[in-house]
Each structure stands twice: as structure tokens, then as C-alpha cells.
Ligand binder design. Structure first.
Ligand code: URP
Ligand code: ZN
Ligand code: ZN
Ligand code: ZN
Length: 486
């Protein structure tokens, strides 16, 4: 046969077009698109159903030592298996440096875990918490050469945060290396102060976690971060935008030409702080940072997606089992402060967004593909291989069962947390067959992909991370009394 596999009779959607055609695959790549393409060893009959590129989930925590010192519940095998079941074929989790750690060793260790277990293809973001001279001047340049095209830093969490001076150092280093800088931006002092005030008054239940991250702490940190990004002329990616004010801050910066990218997550599009208001420790399942907000924020975030101020929707999969959240790590009677932050989401990110955008018609099918696959591939410089259906690209393909209705249960979840914060929701549309580089990794909704078959995707920061070339007046010798500062 001419081809290894043909996806026949699908309605193929990309970020710009929807077309009725077949897709022929050879050696893991898309070899031809059209009609009557010839013969293949294997045929997947799409039967008219919607066919999209595999999802790219560019923010997820896997097998990682978290900010609270607890290791994620998942392994690469369980996390990426759950991702594949939900139609995601590429993930970008983290190699996380904690203070005192050698980031070169950290990168090697996480890379080894991913190589052993990953079912999806993967790249890694490097979390920098300890920007020592060795980290900055030796390890980061070497790691950039090894194909790590993005850095992540935190403005909050005692164990993770860097200060404003260190942020400027990281931004400048990234500019030198052509690396993207992703940021968890919340005002640390405001959160710390609110947490203490709540605890001092005996408000310890999980729901108070939502109050402890004041909405204003997000926009404040965004503004401060954007000002620093503008001074250095280094593009940034703002992670998990949760508030209307946060989205407005991103909008204002983009409108004046600052190169700011931003994402949100399903928990901010579908959940509210009321979801944390459950008896006993149950609300712990919904404790993530930033927390889910309110209905007006949900509407503002959808509007920001429509305007393009938010370019992608990631899971921020940060998996801890209910035991870990409620008991193990926190002792018998944990306060909200002791609950590990984060919720699982790799498996349901695509189905949740498919249901909202495609089945319920909130946006266009092409928008779904752009937000879930094409834009994240472009932003993280993976678009030569990932994020679209085009000749020459990796054959990462999802055949959707567009009519299937699924009510989410905890038991359906294939990650290691044992629950989904979206439990009870009925979604229309579910991945039936998923191909990763032409290999069937999900067949009729069942996982067939092999752990360790995922490939590392080396990359530079690419176009999204490239400076605008507009130097701030403070760095312009014509305007700064001749000081040479860059
Ligand atoms: O609550 C969350 N999102 N936990 C994961 C760590 C982070 O903030 O990225
Ligand atoms: Zn070293
Ligand atoms: Zn974060
Ligand atoms: Zn995260």
C-alpha cells in the first residue's frame, strides 16, 4: 500500500477551514489530503464526523514536586494516557527547580521521567526559582541549546517566588536566549495577608481559599509584570487568567502594542468560587490558584477569547488525589492553606471546550482548533510539526464522535487523582479515535498508546518569544544620557 493509514470521510477542521476530505499518513506524517488518495494498510472510517488536529496542552504539571512540597499524583504514564483519551497528543509540563537545586540536573531528571512514561509527545518548560549566577549564565544557555524554549517563573508561593529584580534578570536572560517567559502572576503580599486574616478569625474551610486570593491581586501582578516586560522588551505569557480585571489588563497592554500572550483554563470558564462551598473537606477538590471566580468573570474571559486577548485554553492539570488534598499532606484537620493547589484536567480540557464551542455553538469550529491546537503550537514554536492538519505535519489527529453524550463521572478519569472537578456535567462530543504521529493511541475511546512512545520536541522560543525591537527610553542612549545598559 502507498500509505500506512488513511482517515476516510471526515469533516476536517483546521484553524481556518472546514473541508470534507481524506487524510493519508506515511511514517507518522500527513502525506496527502484530498479525495481518492489510494490504498493504505489501515483505514479509519470517520463516517462524516468532525476530524481535528490533536490537542496541544501547553500548561500541565506532571510527576512534579509542587509549590507545597507534595509530588503530583500522576506519573507521565497516567497523565498523558488521560490526555490522549481526551484528544490531547502534545503536552508541555514542567521541569521544576526548587531553591538550591541544580536546574541542569532537574531538567535531566524530568526528561528521563517523560521519556520513560509519556504516551503523548512533549516539550518542557523550565521553572526557575533560584536564579543564581550558575543557573543564569551556565545552565539556562545550555538548556536553551538542548531545546528548552521556555521558562516559567512565579510571583507568589513562598517556596517558588522570585522578586521583581530577579524577574528583570530572568526577562533579560530570556531575551538574550530567545526564550519565552511564562508567569504565574498574583500579588504575593496581598494573598499572604488575606490568608492570615482568614485563619486568625477561624475561617479554615476549603471555600475560604477562594477569598484568600483577592481578585485585585491578579490585575496588580499583571500590571507589574507587564511594566517589567515592557522595560526589557521581552515577550511574556501570562498563565491562567481568572478575572475580568486581569483580562482587561491584558487587553490594555496588547492594545498599546506590548507583546503579551495569555491563557485561561476550563476551571475559569466553567466553575465559580461557589464550587468550593461543599461540606467538610470536599471543597478541597476545587482548590486551585488562582481560584475559580464568578459568573461575570466567566463572561469576560469568553469575550477575551473571542477578541484574541487570550490565545489558548490549557488545563493547568495539577493533580492531587482527594486523600492528598484532604488528609495525607495536610494532617487530620487541614486549613485551606495546607491543601495542595491544583486540579486535574488533561482528560477533559478538549471535551469541555468541544461541547461549549462546537456542540453549543459558543464560537466556530475553527476557533476550537485554534485555541486548543494551533495557537499553542505556534506560541511555543512547535508549529512546524504540531497543531494543524497539513501535508508534512505530524499526523496528530482526533476523530470526534460528535453525537455522543457523556456525563462526567469520577470513575471515568484515567489520571491518578480519582476525581474530576467537572463531575456531573453532560458533554456532547467525545474523542473516538486519536492518532499520535499516525499511531492509534486511542481506539473507540480506549487507550492503546504505549508508555514511552511519546517523543521529546526540542524547540527555541521562536517568533512569539522574539522582542519587538522597541527599546524602552531608559535603554536608549539618545534618551538616557548615554548610559549603555543592554
Ligand atoms: O493551583 C494550581 N494551579 N497549582 C499548580 C501550580 C501552579 O500554580 O501552576
Ligand atoms: Zn550544574
Ligand atoms: Zn500557576
Ligand atoms: Zn500551573
Amino acid at each position: 500500500p502507498t500509505y500506512d493509514l488513511i482517515v476516510r470521510g471526515g469533516t476536517v477542521a483546521t484553524a481556518v477551514d472546514v473541508m470534507r476530505c481524506d487524510i493519508a499518513i506515511k511514517a507518522g506524517k500527513i502525506a496527502a489530503i484530498g479525495e481518492n488518495l489510494g490504498d493504505a494498510s489501515e483505514v479509519v472510517d470517520a463516517g462524516g464526523a468532525l476530524v481535528t488536529p490533536g490537542g496541544v496542552d501547553s500548561h500541565c504539571h506532571i510527576e512534579q514536586l509542587s509549590a507545597m512540597g507534595v509530588v503530583n499524583a500522576d506519573t507521565f504514564e497516567t497523565a498523558t494516557g488521560s490526555a490522549a483519551l481526551g484528544g490531547t497528543t502534545t503536552v508541555i509540563p514542567f521541569a521544576c527547580q526548587h531553591k538550591g537545586m541544580d536546574i541542569a540536573e532537574v531538567a535531566r531528571d524530568y526528561h528521563a521521567l517523560a521519556r520513560r512514561g509519556s504516551i503523548t509527545d512533549y516539550a518542557l518548560h523550565l521553572i526557575v526559582t533560584d536564579p543564581t549566577p550558575v543557573t543564569m549564565n551556565e545552565h539556562l544557555p545550555a538548556l536553551a541549546k538542548d531545546g528548552h524554549g521556555s521558562i516559567k517563573v512565579f510571583m507568589t508561593y513562598d517556596a517558588m517566588k522570585i522578586d521583581d529584580g530577579e524577574m528583570l534578570d530572568v526577562l533579560l536572560k530570556a531575551r538574550e536566549l530567545g526564550t519565552m517567559v511564562c508567569v504565574h502572576a498574583e500579588n504575593h503580599g496581598m494573598i499572604k495577608w488575606m490568608v492570615q486574616r482568614l485563619l486568625d478569625r477561624g475561617y479554615t474551610a476549603p471555600k475560604y481559599h477562594a477569598i484568600s486570593h483577592p481578585r485585585g491581586s491578579e490585575a496588580e501582578a499583571f500590571n507589574r509584570l507587564i511594566a517589567m516586560s515592557e522595560l526589557i522588551d521581552q515577550p511574556i505569557m501570562i498563565f491562567h487568567v481568572s478575572t475580568a480585571e486581569g483580562a482587561a489588563t491584558v487587553n490594555a497592554a496588547r492594545a498599546r502594542g506590548v507583546k503579551v500572550w495569555a491563557e485561561t483554563c476550563p476551571q475559569y470558564l466553567f466553575l465559580t468560587k461557589e464550587d468550593l462551598d461543599k461540606p467538610g473537606m470536599e471543597g478541597a477538590k476545587w482548590c486551585c490558584s488562582p481560584p475559580p471566580r464568578g459568573e461575570a468573570d466567566i463572561e469576560a474571559l469568553w469575550a477575551a477569547l473571542e477578541r484574541g486577548d487570550l490565545q489558548t485554553v490549557t488545563s493547568d492539570h495539577a493533580p492531587f488525589s482527594f486523600d492528598e488534598k484532604g488528609k495525607l499532606s495536610a494532617g487530620p484537620n487541614p486549613t485551606f492553606k495546607q491543601i495542595p493547589n491544583g486540579m486535574p484536567g488533561l482528560q477533559v480540557r478538549m471535551p469541555l471546550m468541544f461541547d461549549a464551542i462546537v456542540s453549543r455553538g459558543r464560537m466556530e469550529v475553527t476557533d476550537f482548533v485554534r485555541l486548543m491546537s494551533t495557537a499553542p503550537a505556534q506560541l511555543y514554536n512547535l508549529a512546524d510539526r504540531k497543531g494543524s492538519i497539513a501535508v508534512g505535519k505530524d499526523a496528530d489527529i482526533v476523530v470526534w464522535d460528535t453525537e455522543r453524550e457523556v456525563t462526567l463521572t469520577d470513575e471515568m478519569m484515567a489520571d491518578a487523582t480519582g476525581y474530576t472537578p467537572f463531575v456531573g456535567r453532560t458533554l456532547k462530543g467525545w474523542p473516538a479515535t486519536v492518532l499520535r504521529r499516525g499511531e492509534v493511541v486511542v481506539k473507540d475511546g480506549t487507550l492503546t498508546g504505549k508508555p514511552g512512545s511519546g517523543e521529546f520536541l526540542p524547540r527555541t522560543g521562536g517568533r512569539a518569544a522574539a522582542p519587538r525591537g522597541k527599546v524602552a527610553p531608559e535603554f536608549d542612549p539618545a534618551q538616557n544620557f548615554g548610559a549603555k545598559l543592554l
